[in-house]
Design a protein around this ligand. Structure first.
Ligand SMILES: Cc1cc2nc3c(=O)[nH]c(=O)nc-3n(C[C@H](O)[C@H](O)[C@H](O)COP(=O)(O)OP(=O)(O)OC[C@H]3O[C@@H](n4cnc5c(N)ncnc54)[C@H](O)[C@@H]3O)c2cc1C
Ligand code: FES
Ligand code: FES
Length: 489
Protein backbone atom coordinates (compact mmCIF):
# COMPACT_ATOMS: atom_id res chain seq x y z
CA UNK A 1 0.00 0.00 0.00
CA UNK A 2 1.46 3.38 -0.98
CA UNK A 3 1.72 6.37 1.33
CA UNK A 4 1.03 9.91 0.21
CA UNK A 5 2.48 12.84 2.20
CA UNK A 6 0.01 15.41 0.99
CA UNK A 7 -3.65 16.29 1.34
CA UNK A 8 -5.38 16.68 -2.02
CA UNK A 9 -8.75 18.10 -2.87
CA UNK A 10 -10.64 19.68 -5.72
CA UNK A 11 -11.25 23.41 -5.54
CA UNK A 12 -12.53 25.73 -8.27
CA UNK A 13 -11.81 23.09 -10.89
CA UNK A 14 -8.18 22.67 -9.81
CA UNK A 15 -6.51 20.11 -7.60
CA UNK A 16 -5.02 21.65 -4.45
CA UNK A 17 -2.18 19.61 -2.94
CA UNK A 18 -0.84 20.57 0.49
CA UNK A 19 2.26 19.06 2.10
CA UNK A 20 2.49 21.24 5.23
CA UNK A 21 -0.72 21.20 7.22
CA UNK A 22 -0.88 21.64 11.01
CA UNK A 23 -2.77 18.61 12.42
CA UNK A 24 -5.48 20.74 14.03
CA UNK A 25 -5.91 23.36 11.31
CA UNK A 26 -9.60 23.86 10.59
CA UNK A 27 -10.97 24.37 7.11
CA UNK A 28 -12.31 27.76 8.23
CA UNK A 29 -8.84 28.93 9.24
CA UNK A 30 -7.41 27.62 5.99
CA UNK A 31 -10.02 29.55 3.99
CA UNK A 32 -9.86 32.81 5.88
CA UNK A 33 -6.16 32.93 6.83
CA UNK A 34 -4.32 30.97 4.13
CA UNK A 35 -6.50 31.24 1.06
CA UNK A 36 -7.90 34.63 2.12
CA UNK A 37 -11.40 33.64 1.00
CA UNK A 38 -13.25 35.60 3.64
CA UNK A 39 -16.82 35.22 2.44
CA UNK A 40 -17.13 32.25 4.79
CA UNK A 41 -17.80 33.72 8.24
CA UNK A 42 -16.77 32.75 11.75
CA UNK A 43 -19.63 33.07 14.23
CA UNK A 44 -19.73 30.68 17.17
CA UNK A 45 -16.70 28.58 16.16
CA UNK A 46 -18.40 25.52 17.65
CA UNK A 47 -20.70 24.14 15.00
CA UNK A 48 -23.86 25.81 16.27
CA UNK A 49 -24.64 28.83 14.10
CA UNK A 50 -23.90 27.68 10.54
CA UNK A 51 -22.25 30.98 9.48
CA UNK A 52 -19.18 29.01 8.37
CA UNK A 53 -21.12 26.48 6.26
CA UNK A 54 -19.31 25.24 3.16
CA UNK A 55 -20.26 22.46 0.77
CA UNK A 56 -18.23 19.28 0.52
CA UNK A 57 -18.64 17.17 -2.62
CA UNK A 58 -18.02 13.44 -2.22
CA UNK A 59 -18.23 10.71 -4.78
CA UNK A 60 -21.14 8.37 -3.97
CA UNK A 61 -22.12 5.62 -6.38
CA UNK A 62 -20.32 7.36 -9.23
CA UNK A 63 -21.76 10.83 -8.79
CA UNK A 64 -20.77 13.87 -6.72
CA UNK A 65 -23.05 14.52 -3.76
CA UNK A 66 -22.80 17.91 -2.01
CA UNK A 67 -23.34 18.13 1.74
CA UNK A 68 -23.19 21.19 4.00
CA UNK A 69 -20.60 21.09 6.77
CA UNK A 70 -19.40 23.51 9.44
CA UNK A 71 -15.92 24.61 8.34
CA UNK A 72 -15.10 25.85 11.86
CA UNK A 73 -14.92 22.30 13.23
CA UNK A 74 -13.87 20.49 10.07
CA UNK A 75 -10.20 19.56 9.92
CA UNK A 76 -8.02 19.86 6.84
CA UNK A 77 -7.53 16.09 6.79
CA UNK A 78 -11.27 15.73 6.16
CA UNK A 79 -10.85 17.43 2.79
CA UNK A 80 -8.72 14.68 1.28
CA UNK A 81 -10.40 13.30 -1.84
CA UNK A 82 -13.33 15.75 -1.75
CA UNK A 83 -14.42 18.89 -3.57
CA UNK A 84 -14.62 22.07 -1.47
CA UNK A 85 -17.13 24.74 -2.53
CA UNK A 86 -17.54 28.03 -0.65
CA UNK A 87 -19.72 31.09 -0.99
CA UNK A 88 -16.87 32.92 -2.73
CA UNK A 89 -17.12 30.49 -5.64
CA UNK A 90 -20.79 30.71 -6.52
CA UNK A 91 -21.20 33.78 -8.73
CA UNK A 92 -20.56 32.99 -12.39
CA UNK A 93 -18.96 35.79 -14.43
CA UNK A 94 -20.59 38.36 -12.19
CA UNK A 95 -24.00 36.63 -12.29
CA UNK A 96 -25.37 35.56 -8.94
CA UNK A 97 -26.01 31.84 -8.39
CA UNK A 98 -29.76 30.98 -8.48
CA UNK A 99 -29.89 30.58 -4.67
CA UNK A 100 -28.16 33.94 -4.21
CA UNK A 101 -30.53 35.59 -6.70
CA UNK A 102 -33.53 34.10 -4.87
CA UNK A 103 -32.24 35.39 -1.50
CA UNK A 104 -32.00 38.89 -2.99
CA UNK A 105 -35.44 38.66 -4.58
CA UNK A 106 -37.15 37.46 -1.38
CA UNK A 107 -35.27 39.93 0.87
CA UNK A 108 -33.67 37.00 2.71
CA UNK A 109 -30.77 38.98 4.15
CA UNK A 110 -30.49 41.97 6.48
CA UNK A 111 -27.21 42.35 8.40
CA UNK A 112 -25.89 39.55 6.18
CA UNK A 113 -23.64 37.81 8.68
CA UNK A 114 -25.55 34.53 8.49
CA UNK A 115 -26.15 34.82 4.74
CA UNK A 116 -23.04 33.04 3.37
CA UNK A 117 -23.88 30.04 5.55
CA UNK A 118 -27.51 29.99 4.43
CA UNK A 119 -26.43 30.32 0.81
CA UNK A 120 -24.18 27.28 1.13
CA UNK A 121 -26.86 25.23 2.86
CA UNK A 122 -29.26 26.18 0.07
CA UNK A 123 -26.59 25.36 -2.52
CA UNK A 124 -26.52 21.78 -1.24
CA UNK A 125 -30.32 21.66 -1.23
CA UNK A 126 -30.31 23.00 -4.80
CA UNK A 127 -28.24 19.95 -5.73
CA UNK A 128 -30.14 17.47 -3.56
CA UNK A 129 -32.57 16.11 -6.16
CA UNK A 130 -36.34 16.58 -5.98
CA UNK A 131 -37.88 19.91 -4.99
CA UNK A 132 -38.07 19.95 -1.17
CA UNK A 133 -41.21 20.46 0.89
CA UNK A 134 -41.42 23.36 3.33
CA UNK A 135 -40.72 20.93 6.21
CA UNK A 136 -37.68 19.53 4.40
CA UNK A 137 -36.38 23.06 3.86
CA UNK A 138 -36.89 23.88 7.55
CA UNK A 139 -35.06 20.69 8.58
CA UNK A 140 -32.27 21.41 6.11
CA UNK A 141 -31.55 24.89 7.48
CA UNK A 142 -32.10 24.08 11.17
CA UNK A 143 -28.32 24.46 11.68
CA UNK A 144 -28.24 27.98 10.25
CA UNK A 145 -29.20 30.70 12.70
CA UNK A 146 -30.45 34.10 11.63
CA UNK A 147 -31.11 36.76 14.22
CA UNK A 148 -32.48 39.61 12.09
CA UNK A 149 -34.16 38.60 8.83
CA UNK A 150 -36.40 35.83 10.12
CA UNK A 151 -36.74 32.51 8.38
CA UNK A 152 -39.82 33.03 6.21
CA UNK A 153 -38.05 34.93 3.39
CA UNK A 154 -35.16 32.45 3.50
CA UNK A 155 -37.56 29.51 3.18
CA UNK A 156 -39.23 31.37 0.30
CA UNK A 157 -35.83 31.72 -1.38
CA UNK A 158 -35.27 27.98 -1.01
CA UNK A 159 -38.70 27.21 -2.46
CA UNK A 160 -38.08 29.52 -5.41
CA UNK A 161 -34.60 28.26 -6.26
CA UNK A 162 -34.42 24.60 -5.18
CA UNK A 163 -36.68 23.17 -7.85
CA UNK A 164 -34.97 19.82 -8.31
CA UNK A 165 -33.47 20.92 -11.65
CA UNK A 166 -29.96 22.23 -10.95
CA UNK A 167 -28.45 24.06 -13.91
CA UNK A 168 -25.39 25.81 -12.50
CA UNK A 169 -21.66 25.32 -13.14
CA UNK A 170 -21.58 22.31 -10.82
CA UNK A 171 -24.48 20.62 -12.60
CA UNK A 172 -22.83 21.26 -15.97
CA UNK A 173 -19.44 20.06 -14.73
CA UNK A 174 -20.75 17.06 -12.76
CA UNK A 175 -19.15 14.40 -14.98
CA UNK A 176 -15.74 16.09 -14.98
CA UNK A 177 -15.86 16.57 -11.19
CA UNK A 178 -16.80 12.91 -10.68
CA UNK A 179 -13.87 11.86 -12.85
CA UNK A 180 -11.45 14.06 -10.92
CA UNK A 181 -12.68 12.81 -7.53
CA UNK A 182 -12.37 9.22 -8.74
CA UNK A 183 -8.78 9.93 -9.79
CA UNK A 184 -8.01 11.55 -6.40
CA UNK A 185 -9.08 8.33 -4.69
CA UNK A 186 -5.72 6.63 -5.30
CA UNK A 187 -5.98 4.15 -2.40
CA UNK A 188 -2.96 5.67 -0.63
CA UNK A 189 -2.61 6.02 3.11
CA UNK A 190 -2.22 9.72 3.86
CA UNK A 191 0.54 10.69 6.31
CA UNK A 192 1.27 14.40 6.56
CA UNK A 193 3.84 15.45 9.16
CA UNK A 194 6.42 13.61 11.22
CA UNK A 195 6.48 10.86 13.86
CA UNK A 196 5.56 13.25 16.68
CA UNK A 197 3.06 15.47 14.90
CA UNK A 198 0.95 14.24 12.02
CA UNK A 199 -2.34 13.85 10.26
CA UNK A 200 -2.85 10.22 9.27
CA UNK A 201 -5.73 9.09 7.13
CA UNK A 202 -5.28 5.39 6.40
CA UNK A 203 -7.21 4.03 3.45
CA UNK A 204 -7.78 0.49 4.68
CA UNK A 205 -9.03 -1.08 7.86
CA UNK A 206 -5.89 -3.05 8.78
CA UNK A 207 -3.64 -0.01 8.35
CA UNK A 208 -5.97 2.08 10.53
CA UNK A 209 -6.11 -0.51 13.31
CA UNK A 210 -2.33 -1.04 13.23
CA UNK A 211 -1.59 2.70 13.31
CA UNK A 212 -4.00 3.35 16.21
CA UNK A 213 -2.39 0.51 18.18
CA UNK A 214 1.11 1.89 17.43
CA UNK A 215 0.11 5.41 18.56
CA UNK A 216 -2.17 4.94 21.59
CA UNK A 217 -1.58 8.62 22.46
CA UNK A 218 -3.05 9.83 19.14
CA UNK A 219 -6.49 11.41 18.88
CA UNK A 220 -8.88 9.32 16.83
CA UNK A 221 -11.00 11.62 14.69
CA UNK A 222 -14.14 10.65 12.83
CA UNK A 223 -16.40 13.64 12.09
CA UNK A 224 -14.72 16.00 14.62
CA UNK A 225 -18.09 17.36 15.72
CA UNK A 226 -16.81 16.78 19.26
CA UNK A 227 -13.04 16.93 18.70
CA UNK A 228 -13.39 20.17 16.71
CA UNK A 229 -14.61 21.88 19.87
CA UNK A 230 -11.65 20.60 21.89
CA UNK A 231 -9.56 22.58 19.39
CA UNK A 232 -11.62 25.77 19.02
CA UNK A 233 -13.01 26.09 22.56
CA UNK A 234 -10.59 24.25 24.86
CA UNK A 235 -7.61 25.31 22.71
CA UNK A 236 -6.15 21.83 23.06
CA UNK A 237 -3.06 20.88 21.11
CA UNK A 238 -3.59 17.52 19.43
CA UNK A 239 -0.29 16.68 17.76
CA UNK A 240 -1.27 13.26 16.43
CA UNK A 241 -4.50 12.93 14.50
CA UNK A 242 -5.64 9.58 13.14
CA UNK A 243 -8.72 9.83 10.95
CA UNK A 244 -11.15 6.97 10.39
CA UNK A 245 -12.99 8.45 7.40
CA UNK A 246 -10.54 7.39 4.67
CA UNK A 247 -11.41 3.70 5.12
CA UNK A 248 -14.32 3.09 2.77
CA UNK A 249 -15.30 -0.19 4.45
CA UNK A 250 -15.79 1.72 7.71
CA UNK A 251 -18.63 3.66 6.07
CA UNK A 252 -20.40 0.40 5.33
CA UNK A 253 -23.97 -0.16 6.49
CA UNK A 254 -25.27 -3.69 6.14
CA UNK A 255 -29.04 -3.97 6.19
CA UNK A 256 -29.64 -7.68 6.82
CA UNK A 257 -32.92 -9.47 7.57
CA UNK A 258 -32.66 -9.34 11.36
CA UNK A 259 -30.14 -6.59 12.07
CA UNK A 260 -28.41 -3.52 10.75
CA UNK A 261 -24.63 -3.26 11.11
CA UNK A 262 -23.21 0.23 11.13
CA UNK A 263 -19.47 0.59 10.72
CA UNK A 264 -17.69 3.19 12.83
CA UNK A 265 -17.08 5.91 10.25
CA UNK A 266 -20.64 5.94 8.86
CA UNK A 267 -22.11 9.41 9.32
CA UNK A 268 -25.61 10.03 10.60
CA UNK A 269 -26.55 11.08 7.08
CA UNK A 270 -25.26 7.78 5.69
CA UNK A 271 -27.02 5.69 8.37
CA UNK A 272 -30.26 7.71 8.43
CA UNK A 273 -32.33 5.65 6.01
CA UNK A 274 -31.42 2.22 7.34
CA UNK A 275 -31.79 3.16 11.00
CA UNK A 276 -35.00 5.09 10.33
CA UNK A 277 -36.53 1.92 8.89
CA UNK A 278 -36.21 0.18 12.28
CA UNK A 279 -38.87 2.50 13.69
CA UNK A 280 -40.17 6.01 12.87
CA UNK A 281 -38.99 7.18 16.30
CA UNK A 282 -35.38 6.28 15.47
CA UNK A 283 -35.72 8.44 12.35
CA UNK A 284 -37.23 11.22 14.44
CA UNK A 285 -34.32 11.15 16.91
CA UNK A 286 -31.90 11.36 13.98
CA UNK A 287 -33.87 14.22 12.36
CA UNK A 288 -33.41 16.23 15.54
CA UNK A 289 -29.81 15.21 16.22
CA UNK A 290 -27.60 18.26 15.65
CA UNK A 291 -28.25 19.78 12.26
CA UNK A 292 -27.82 18.83 8.61
CA UNK A 293 -24.20 20.00 8.92
CA UNK A 294 -23.57 17.97 12.09
CA UNK A 295 -25.22 14.88 10.60
CA UNK A 296 -23.13 15.17 7.43
CA UNK A 297 -19.90 14.96 9.48
CA UNK A 298 -20.74 13.30 12.82
CA UNK A 299 -20.77 9.54 13.19
CA UNK A 300 -22.63 7.05 15.32
CA UNK A 301 -19.24 5.56 16.19
CA UNK A 302 -18.16 8.95 17.59
CA UNK A 303 -21.42 9.28 19.54
CA UNK A 304 -20.63 5.96 21.25
CA UNK A 305 -16.87 6.45 21.63
CA UNK A 306 -17.18 9.86 23.31
CA UNK A 307 -18.94 8.17 26.25
CA UNK A 308 -21.18 11.17 26.85
CA UNK A 309 -24.09 10.60 29.25
CA UNK A 310 -26.24 12.83 27.04
CA UNK A 311 -25.51 11.44 23.57
CA UNK A 312 -28.74 10.71 21.71
CA UNK A 313 -27.91 7.41 20.07
CA UNK A 314 -26.66 5.22 22.96
CA UNK A 315 -30.05 4.99 24.77
CA UNK A 316 -31.79 4.18 21.47
CA UNK A 317 -29.22 1.53 20.55
CA UNK A 318 -29.13 0.04 24.05
CA UNK A 319 -32.92 -0.30 24.16
CA UNK A 320 -32.82 -2.00 20.76
CA UNK A 321 -30.24 -4.49 22.13
CA UNK A 322 -27.20 -3.38 20.12
CA UNK A 323 -23.84 -5.16 20.24
CA UNK A 324 -20.65 -3.10 20.06
CA UNK A 325 -17.54 -4.38 18.24
CA UNK A 326 -14.11 -2.99 19.11
CA UNK A 327 -10.80 -3.55 17.40
CA UNK A 328 -7.25 -3.26 18.71
CA UNK A 329 -4.57 -4.15 16.17
CA UNK A 330 -5.69 -7.49 14.77
CA UNK A 331 -7.87 -8.37 17.76
CA UNK A 332 -11.63 -7.80 17.71
CA UNK A 333 -13.98 -8.17 20.65
CA UNK A 334 -17.63 -7.48 21.24
CA UNK A 335 -19.98 -6.63 24.10
CA UNK A 336 -23.54 -5.51 24.75
CA UNK A 337 -23.41 -1.75 24.16
CA UNK A 338 -24.54 -0.93 27.71
CA UNK A 339 -21.40 -2.66 29.11
CA UNK A 340 -19.16 -0.22 27.22
CA UNK A 341 -20.15 2.67 29.49
CA UNK A 342 -18.44 2.01 32.85
CA UNK A 343 -18.60 5.36 34.67
CA UNK A 344 -18.55 9.06 33.85
CA UNK A 345 -15.67 9.60 31.39
CA UNK A 346 -14.72 5.89 31.53
CA UNK A 347 -15.47 3.37 28.82
CA UNK A 348 -14.35 -0.21 28.31
CA UNK A 349 -11.84 0.75 25.62
CA UNK A 350 -8.05 0.79 25.88
CA UNK A 351 -5.87 3.47 24.30
CA UNK A 352 -5.38 2.62 20.63
CA UNK A 353 -8.52 0.49 20.54
CA UNK A 354 -11.16 1.54 18.03
CA UNK A 355 -14.92 1.49 18.04
CA UNK A 356 -15.38 -0.65 14.96
CA UNK A 357 -19.03 -1.50 14.37
CA UNK A 358 -22.39 -1.63 16.05
CA UNK A 359 -24.96 -4.34 15.26
CA UNK A 360 -28.54 -3.25 15.85
CA UNK A 361 -31.31 -5.88 15.93
CA UNK A 362 -34.49 -5.03 14.05
CA UNK A 363 -37.82 -5.15 15.83
CA UNK A 364 -39.82 -8.38 15.78
CA UNK A 365 -43.56 -8.45 15.10
CA UNK A 366 -44.39 -8.60 18.83
CA UNK A 367 -42.03 -5.77 19.81
CA UNK A 368 -43.00 -2.12 20.15
CA UNK A 369 -40.52 0.75 20.29
CA UNK A 370 -40.67 4.38 21.36
CA UNK A 371 -37.94 7.01 21.78
CA UNK A 372 -38.28 10.59 23.00
CA UNK A 373 -35.79 13.43 23.21
CA UNK A 374 -36.41 16.23 25.68
CA UNK A 375 -34.40 19.38 25.04
CA UNK A 376 -34.93 23.09 25.48
CA UNK A 377 -35.05 23.73 21.71
CA UNK A 378 -36.70 21.38 19.26
CA UNK A 379 -33.87 21.57 16.69
CA UNK A 380 -30.15 21.23 17.21
CA UNK A 381 -30.03 20.94 20.96
CA UNK A 382 -28.41 18.52 23.37
CA UNK A 383 -30.88 16.40 25.36
CA UNK A 384 -31.79 17.12 28.94
CA UNK A 385 -33.33 13.64 28.96
CA UNK A 386 -33.17 11.01 26.24
CA UNK A 387 -35.32 7.91 26.54
CA UNK A 388 -35.89 4.72 24.59
CA UNK A 389 -38.27 1.81 25.25
CA UNK A 390 -38.53 -1.59 23.60
CA UNK A 391 -41.39 -3.69 24.88
CA UNK A 392 -41.91 -7.33 23.98
CA UNK A 393 -45.62 -8.03 24.05
CA UNK A 394 -47.57 -11.17 24.76
CA UNK A 395 -50.96 -10.12 23.45
CA UNK A 396 -52.00 -7.12 25.59
CA UNK A 397 -49.38 -7.81 28.28
CA UNK A 398 -45.76 -6.70 28.54
CA UNK A 399 -43.68 -9.89 28.50
CA UNK A 400 -40.38 -8.04 28.94
CA UNK A 401 -38.86 -4.61 28.44
CA UNK A 402 -35.57 -2.96 27.55
CA UNK A 403 -35.45 0.64 28.68
CA UNK A 404 -32.53 3.04 28.53
CA UNK A 405 -32.12 6.70 29.42
CA UNK A 406 -29.54 9.39 28.75
CA UNK A 407 -29.19 12.46 30.98
CA UNK A 408 -30.36 10.51 34.04
CA UNK A 409 -27.02 9.13 35.28
CA UNK A 410 -23.27 9.48 34.71
CA UNK A 411 -23.56 7.19 31.68
CA UNK A 412 -26.28 6.12 29.26
CA UNK A 413 -27.92 3.45 31.43
CA UNK A 414 -30.55 0.73 31.39
CA UNK A 415 -33.44 0.92 33.83
CA UNK A 416 -33.02 -2.55 35.37
CA UNK A 417 -35.57 -2.24 38.21
CA UNK A 418 -38.14 -0.59 35.96
CA UNK A 419 -37.74 -3.33 33.35
CA UNK A 420 -38.40 -5.97 36.05
CA UNK A 421 -41.39 -4.09 37.42
CA UNK A 422 -42.92 -3.71 33.97
CA UNK A 423 -42.88 -7.42 33.14
CA UNK A 424 -46.44 -8.69 33.30
CA UNK A 425 -48.06 -5.23 33.18
CA UNK A 426 -51.33 -5.08 31.25
CA UNK A 427 -51.58 -2.49 28.48
CA UNK A 428 -55.26 -2.02 29.30
CA UNK A 429 -54.83 -1.51 33.03
CA UNK A 430 -52.92 1.65 33.96
CA UNK A 431 -52.84 0.56 37.60
CA UNK A 432 -50.37 -2.18 36.60
CA UNK A 433 -47.92 0.46 35.29
CA UNK A 434 -47.56 2.29 38.60
CA UNK A 435 -44.85 0.12 40.13
CA UNK A 436 -42.68 0.40 37.03
CA UNK A 437 -43.08 4.17 36.82
CA UNK A 438 -42.15 4.46 40.50
CA UNK A 439 -39.16 2.12 40.02
CA UNK A 440 -37.43 4.73 37.85
CA UNK A 441 -36.54 6.48 41.10
CA UNK A 442 -34.59 3.33 42.13
CA UNK A 443 -32.77 3.14 38.81
CA UNK A 444 -31.69 6.77 38.57
CA UNK A 445 -30.54 9.63 40.79
CA UNK A 446 -30.22 12.34 38.14
CA UNK A 447 -28.13 15.45 38.64
CA UNK A 448 -29.19 19.07 38.33
CA UNK A 449 -27.33 21.19 35.77
CA UNK A 450 -28.01 24.08 33.40
CA UNK A 451 -30.18 21.86 31.21
CA UNK A 452 -32.59 20.64 33.91
CA UNK A 453 -33.04 20.13 37.63
CA UNK A 454 -32.85 16.63 39.10
CA UNK A 455 -36.55 16.76 40.06
CA UNK A 456 -37.54 17.83 36.54
CA UNK A 457 -35.51 15.03 34.98
CA UNK A 458 -37.19 12.39 37.18
CA UNK A 459 -40.66 13.78 36.55
CA UNK A 460 -40.03 13.87 32.81
CA UNK A 461 -38.62 10.32 32.78
CA UNK A 462 -41.67 8.99 34.59
CA UNK A 463 -43.95 10.92 32.24
CA UNK A 464 -42.13 9.51 29.22
CA UNK A 465 -42.55 5.92 30.36
CA UNK A 466 -46.26 6.56 30.86
CA UNK A 467 -46.46 8.19 27.44
CA UNK A 468 -44.75 5.20 25.81
CA UNK A 469 -47.21 2.84 27.48
CA UNK A 470 -50.19 5.01 26.49
CA UNK A 471 -49.04 5.11 22.88
CA UNK A 472 -48.27 1.40 22.70
CA UNK A 473 -51.62 0.63 24.34
CA UNK A 474 -53.23 2.64 21.51
CA UNK A 475 -54.82 5.36 23.65
CA UNK A 476 -57.14 7.66 21.75
CA UNK A 477 -55.63 10.93 23.04
CA UNK A 478 -52.99 12.82 21.08
CA UNK A 479 -49.66 12.33 22.80
CA UNK A 480 -47.43 14.44 20.59
CA UNK A 481 -47.32 18.11 19.79
CA UNK A 482 -45.07 17.39 16.83
CA UNK A 483 -43.04 14.54 15.42
CA UNK A 484 -43.67 11.65 13.15
CA UNK A 485 -46.27 9.86 15.24
CA UNK A 486 -48.49 12.96 15.41
CA UNK A 487 -51.35 10.91 16.76
CA UNK A 488 -51.16 7.51 18.31
CA UNK A 489 -50.67 4.81 15.70
C1 LIG B 1 -23.69 21.86 16.93
C2 LIG B 1 -23.64 20.48 17.49
C3 LIG B 1 -24.81 19.84 17.80
C4 LIG B 1 -24.78 18.56 18.33
N1 LIG B 1 -25.96 17.95 18.61
C5 LIG B 1 -25.96 16.71 19.12
C6 LIG B 1 -27.19 16.08 19.43
O1 LIG B 1 -28.27 16.61 19.19
N2 LIG B 1 -27.12 14.84 19.98
C7 LIG B 1 -25.94 14.21 20.22
O2 LIG B 1 -25.96 13.08 20.71
N3 LIG B 1 -24.77 14.79 19.94
C8 LIG B 1 -24.75 16.02 19.40
N4 LIG B 1 -23.56 16.63 19.13
C9 LIG B 1 -22.30 15.95 19.46
C10 LIG B 1 -21.64 15.19 18.30
O3 LIG B 1 -22.13 15.62 17.07
C11 LIG B 1 -21.86 13.68 18.38
O4 LIG B 1 -21.41 13.18 19.61
C12 LIG B 1 -21.20 12.92 17.24
O5 LIG B 1 -21.79 11.67 17.12
C13 LIG B 1 -19.72 12.74 17.41
O6 LIG B 1 -19.24 12.00 16.29
P1 LIG B 1 -17.96 12.45 15.50
O7 LIG B 1 -17.76 11.46 14.42
O8 LIG B 1 -18.03 13.86 15.08
O9 LIG B 1 -16.87 12.26 16.64
P2 LIG B 1 -15.45 12.92 16.80
O10 LIG B 1 -15.59 14.34 17.23
O11 LIG B 1 -14.58 12.65 15.64
O12 LIG B 1 -14.93 12.04 18.04
C14 LIG B 1 -15.63 12.04 19.28
C15 LIG B 1 -14.85 11.18 20.30
O13 LIG B 1 -14.86 9.83 19.90
C16 LIG B 1 -13.53 9.36 19.61
N5 LIG B 1 -13.67 8.54 18.42
C17 LIG B 1 -14.31 8.89 17.25
N6 LIG B 1 -14.37 7.81 16.45
C18 LIG B 1 -13.78 6.76 17.11
C19 LIG B 1 -13.56 5.40 16.81
N7 LIG B 1 -13.97 4.85 15.68
N8 LIG B 1 -12.93 4.64 17.74
C20 LIG B 1 -12.51 5.16 18.91
N9 LIG B 1 -12.71 6.46 19.24
C21 LIG B 1 -13.33 7.24 18.37
C22 LIG B 1 -12.69 10.61 19.47
O14 LIG B 1 -11.35 10.38 19.77
C23 LIG B 1 -13.40 11.53 20.45
O15 LIG B 1 -13.00 11.20 21.75
C24 LIG B 1 -23.55 17.91 18.56
C25 LIG B 1 -22.35 18.55 18.22
C26 LIG B 1 -22.39 19.82 17.68
C27 LIG B 1 -21.12 20.50 17.31
S1 FES C 1 -18.90 29.49 13.12
FE1 FES C 1 -20.82 28.88 13.95
S2 FES C 1 -21.05 26.91 13.09
FE2 FES C 1 -19.09 27.47 12.49
S1 FES D 1 -29.34 38.60 8.34
FE1 FES D 1 -28.50 39.20 10.26
S2 FES D 1 -28.25 37.31 11.30
FE2 FES D 1 -29.28 36.77 9.52
Amino acid sequence: MSTRNTIRFLRRGEIVELAHVPPIQTVLDYLRLDEKSRGTKEGCNEGDCGACTVAIGRLRHGRVVYEPVNACILLMGHLDGTELVTVDDLADNGELHPVQRAMVDTHGSQCGFCTPGFIMSLFTLYHAGAAPTRQQIADHIAGNLCRCTGYRPIIDAATASCTGHPADRWARGAKAAAKTLAALDDGSDVMVGSGESFIARPSNADALAALAARHPDATIVSGATDVGLWITKQLRQLPKIIMTGGVSSLHHIEDAAERISISAAATYAEAFESLGRIDPDVGEVLRRLGSTQVRASGTIGGNIANGSPIGDMPPVLIALGATLHLRYGERERQMPLEDFFIAYGRQDRSPGELVWRVDVPKLKANEAFRAYKISKRFDQDISAVMSAFRLTLDGRRVASARIAFGGMAATPKRAAQTELALAGAALDDEATWTAAIAALAQDYQPIADMRASAAYRMEVAQGLLRKALLEIAGAAADTRVTGQRMAVA
